[in-house]
Each structure stands twice: as structure tokens, then as C-alpha cells.
Design a protein around this ligand. Structure first.
Ligand code: ADP
Ligand code: MG
Length: 476
């Protein structure tokens, strides 16, 4: 039987499949289409310039060997590239001028690679892009509201560049990393808002990694992973917040990998945030980490004193507030942990000032800040904390004490124990007794669970932080 492009390619794939890891095979070989066979020259079609270069870099030997096995020593491979938007950010319908067709010669392998004229990108389905995708952006997070300092200059400027020319810059992906409350979410959202402002037709999406993982798991349960991946492939500018949570979600990493590759290959922009530098992300597949290194990783540091003052002044201006400069300085000087706490202190100050119908002055600031460093003056009771938590979660006091296993109630109870431990001087035994006679090990376990959940669940963390503030205020 005469050889055709298809049969030759199928035989090559049989070998490649055994050698290449499954996921790599899916990503880099399945999208390839055999186009034509002329004597010993096989032409294959690849989706992008980037794709071509990747094959060149990583698989040229393998391709050469398998093809020579099929077609003999004279075997040649030619590429047809479907779309080139790898680094110029233009979308798929751009043709590369014929003059850019190049011939590559790999001396060692004696394996010349010819790039053929590209054709139009088949992945752009008209109409599909018009689909309304809510970008999930909060309009308050803008570059303008994000104060620049030494602590964040590189990240902020890179973010601006990315927003101006999404996909068409060398910061793809842009990885923003730094500790809690240093502005990762704010910066990622600013990029989204700015892209929307400058390029209203771009499809923008902000998503937390937790939401991504949940969506993935839902789709996976319903055998709809393809829909999931397709949806994400429609995005022009994708921001994924807190990617460190992927560490425990192996399957979601596979989906993310497929989406990442597709978007990157088509010149789409990716922005990722993480609480650690990529190199310190444990539990993340190496192939993902290596992709993170393709772009730029920029960190956010603690803002210095002057930047903290500027941040406070900006917040006050935005909210139409005023307070004496000495108070601003006092707050900026004393709160140096992170920007979220800085804001928390400002809010507490405002709350106290309006509660007590009293001007914000240094004396009040001292009082409020004392609670931020946890030297509360007034002893708060376990009952008072229970009451606050019940109100906050809208749970009845009885339920809080009962032996129910309902998750919301169990969590509310654990948070109450945690706060009672942190803000009262009661022993673990006494705290346990206040929860229908539980013993001290239950209290220890609850406190540990709360700490763990705060590390992994941002909504939970927000709740605990908010409650902590309420308790602090009550203890004043
Ligand atoms: P992260 O996601 O790193 O935990 P966020 O982006 O949620 O932190 O930031 C916490 C708070 O601090 C937000 O309200 C944000 O607006 C504010 N913030 C952080 N950095 C800055 C900055 N440089 N200028 C102004 N506000 C900032
Ligand atoms: Mg965040």
C-alpha cells in the first residue's frame, strides 16, 4: 500500500506516544495535522509559530528519528504554521508575509525544516467571541489607586505594560508574588480594569484559583471538562489569583496546563499571582513552573514608611476623609505588617471616631492601635464572643453549642473557640466548658483547624479577619 501523509504520521505517532509523557503528547502532538507527503518530505501543520519553535527546541531529534524510520535517510519535515501571534499579540487572522518563511537546517541531524506559508487560524470561530463573559472585576482596583513605591515598582510597571499591550510583551505570563495583604489581588484586578478601558473588545477574566478548581471539579463530575477548557480558551487576558492553591489539585493543574498552553500559543495574556516565588511553590508540576519562568516574576514587598503614608492619604482622599497629619504618621509608623492591616487600622479609627462622636486625634489613634498590637485593655468574655459570632453568621446560640455536624455551624463554633483562645485569658478547659462541655483537646483541634483554613480558604480568612476586628473593637 502506498504511503500517505496520514499513514506516515500515524506510524510516527505510535512511536512518539510511547516515548513522550501523555500530557505532553496531548499538548504537542495531537494538534499536529499531516498535510501532504511528497516523496520523502512530510508536511505537517502546527497551530502557531510558538508551537513550531517549541517542537524545534524539544522534539526535533525525536521527530527526525521517527520520520527517518518511516521514510528513510532522505526524510524531510516541513511545517505549515496556522497562526502567528506568539509574540506580537495580534489575533489569529493575521497572515505572516511570505518573506518570513525561513528554512532551518539542523546540521547535526541533517534535518532541514521548512516553514510553509501560513493559513488563517481555524480556531477563531466568528461570533463566539462576542459571547458576554463577565470579567469579574471590581472597579475600585485601579492603577491610579495603587500607590507606587520601591516595594512594588517593577510589578506595577510590568502590570501597566501588560495592560497596554496584552499578549504583545515579554511579560507573559506575568507572575506577581508576595505575602498576604501586599496588593496582589489589587494589582491583578487593575490590569484587568485597564485592559477593559484601553481595549474594550478584549475578553478579560479574573478568577481565583479556588474558583477555577471548583469549576473544574464540577465540570469533571459532569463529564464536561472539554466545555470547561473551551470556555477558558476564549479569554484574551486571563488573571488567576493565588495559584499556590493549585498545589493540592493535581487534576486542575492538568487543565490549567492545557489552557495555559493554548492561550500562550495564541498570543493571549496570562497574569498569575502567588503568595510565594514560583521556585518555592511546592506541589506544583515542574512543567507548569517552567512555563511561569517564560515571562516575568515580580514581587511585592512591604511598603516603606513614606509609601505607607502615601497609601493612607490616598485612601482618605478616595473616601473623602480627613485626619491630622500627625495621626497619619503615627499609624504609618506603627503598622508595618501589610497594607490590609493599614487599612484595617484606618477603618477602626473611623469606626471609633463616629461611634464616640469624637474627632480623630493622636490619643484616639493610640487607643485604637493598641488593639492592633493585641494589648487589649478591657477583658472580653467568651459569651460576648459567642454572641458576636452568632450574629455574624446568623446562627442561633443553641445551635452553636449543639453537637451538629453541619459544616457552617462546625466552622462558626471553631472560629468562636479560636477567638476565645486569642482574646480571653480563659484556659482551654474553661473555653471547652462554654461549648456544651467539650474537652480541651477539642479546643486545640478547633484552633488548629481555623489556622489551617485561613491559609487555604480566602473567604474563610476574610470572615475570621473581620470577626477579629469586631472583637478587637469590642475589647477597647
Ligand atoms: P493580597 O491579594 O496580596 O493579599 P490585596 O490586593 O487584597 O492583597 O490588598 C490588600 C489591600 O491593600 C487592598 O485593599 C488594596 O487595595 C490595598 N493595597 C495594597 N497595596 C496597595 C498600594 N500599593 N496602594 C494602595 N492600596 C494598596
Ligand atoms: Mg489576594
Amino acid at each position: 500500500m502506498a504511503k500517505t501523509a496520514e499513514t506516515v504520521w500515524i506510524n510516527c505517532l505510535k512511536i512518539i506516544k510511547d516515548i513522550v509523557e501523555w500530557q505532553h503528547f496531548k499538548t504537542w502532538f495531537e494538534p499536529i495535522k499531516p498535510v501532504e507527503l511528497k516523496e520523502s518530505v512530510l508536511m505537517i501543520q502546527v497551530p502557531s509559530q510558538f508551537f513550531f519553535e517549541y517542537l524545534e527546541e524539544h522534539y526535533v531529534n525525536l521527530l527526525a528519528k521517527t520520520l527517518k524510520r518511516e521514510l528513510g535517510k532522505e526524510a524531510r519535515l516541513e511545517y505549515r504554521i496556522m497562526v502567528d501571534s506568539g509574540n506580537n499579540g495580534r489575533n489569529g487572522s493575521m497572515d505572516i508575509p511570505a518573506s518570513t518563511a525561513r528554512t532551518y537546517t539542523n546540521n547535526e541531524m541533517d534535518f532541514p525544516l521548512v516553514i510553509n506559508n501560513p493559513v488563517k487560524n481555524p480556531f477563531v470561530i466568528p461570533g463566539l467571541k462576542k459571547m458576554q463573559i463577565d470579567p469579574q472585576l471590581n472597579p475600585i482596583y485601579t492603577f491610579d489607586a495603587f500607590i507606587e513605591g520601591d516595594c512594588n515598582r517593577v510589578a506595577r510597571r510590568a502590570g501597566k505594560t501588560v495592560a497596554e499591550k496584552p499578549g504583545a510583551n515579554s511579560f507573559n505570563p506575568l507572575v506577581i508574588y508576595g505575602g498576604v495583604g501586599l496588593g496582589k489581588t489589587h494589582l491583578a484586578q487593575s490590569i484587568g480594569n485597564e485592559v477593559k478601558r484601553l481595549h474594550p473588545n478584549k475578553v478579560v477574566l479574573y478568577v481565583s484559583s479556588e474558583k477555577f478548581i471548583n469549576q473544574f471539579q464540577d465540570h469533571s463530575r459532569n463529564n464536561a471538562i472539554n466545555d470547561f477548557i473551551h470556555f477558558y480558551q476564549l479569554i484574551d487576558v486571563l488573571m488567576i489569583d493565588d495559584v499556590q492553591f493549585f498545589a493540592r489539585a493535581e487534576k486542575s493543574q492538568d487543565a490549567f496546563f492545557a489552557i495555559f498552553n493554548h492561550l500562550h500559543q495564541s498570543g493571549k495574556q496570562l497574569i498569575l499571582t502567588s503568595d510565594k516565588a514560583p521556585k518555592d511553590l511546592d506541589g506544583m508540576q515542574e512543567r507548569l513552573l517552567s512555563r511561569f519562568r517564560w515571562g516575568l516574576s515580580a514581587d511585592l514587598q512591604l511598603p516603606d514608611y513614606d509609601t505607607r503614608i502615601e497609601i493612607l492619604e490616598k485612601k482618605m482622599k478616595n473616601d473623602g476623609l480627613d485626619m491630622p497629619k500627625e495621626v497619619v504618621k503615627y499609624v504609618a509608623y506603627n503598622i508595618s505588617t501589610n497594607v490590609r492591616e493599614l487599612e484595617g487600622a484606618l477603618i477602626s479609627l473611623l469606626a471609633q471616631s463616629s461611634l464616640n462622636k469624637r474627632e480623630i486625634d493622636l490619643e484616639l489613634a493610640k487607643k485604637v492601635l493598641r488593639n492592633f498590637v493585641k494589648t487589649s485593655s478591657k477583658e472580653i468574655t467568651i459569651e460576648a464572643i459567642q454572641k458576636m459570632v452568632c450574629e455574624y453568621f446568623d446562627v442561633s446560640y443553641d445551635k452553636l453549642l449543639q453537637k451538629t455536624r453541619k459544616r457552617e455551624i462546625v466552622q462558626a463554633r471553631q472560629i468562636t473557640m479560636y477567638l476565645a483562645k486569642a482574646f480571653t485569658k480563659n484556659s482551654l478547659k474553661t473555653i471547652g466548658e462554654h461549648f456544651g462541655g467539650r474537652d480541651h483537646t477539642t479546643v486545640i483541634h478547633s484552633c488548629q483547624t481555623v489556622k489551617d483554613l485561613m491559609d487555604t480558604d480566602s473567604l474563610f480568612r476574610e470572615n475570621v479577619m473581620e470577626l477579629t476586628q469586631k472583637v478587637q473593637l469590642a475589647a477597647m
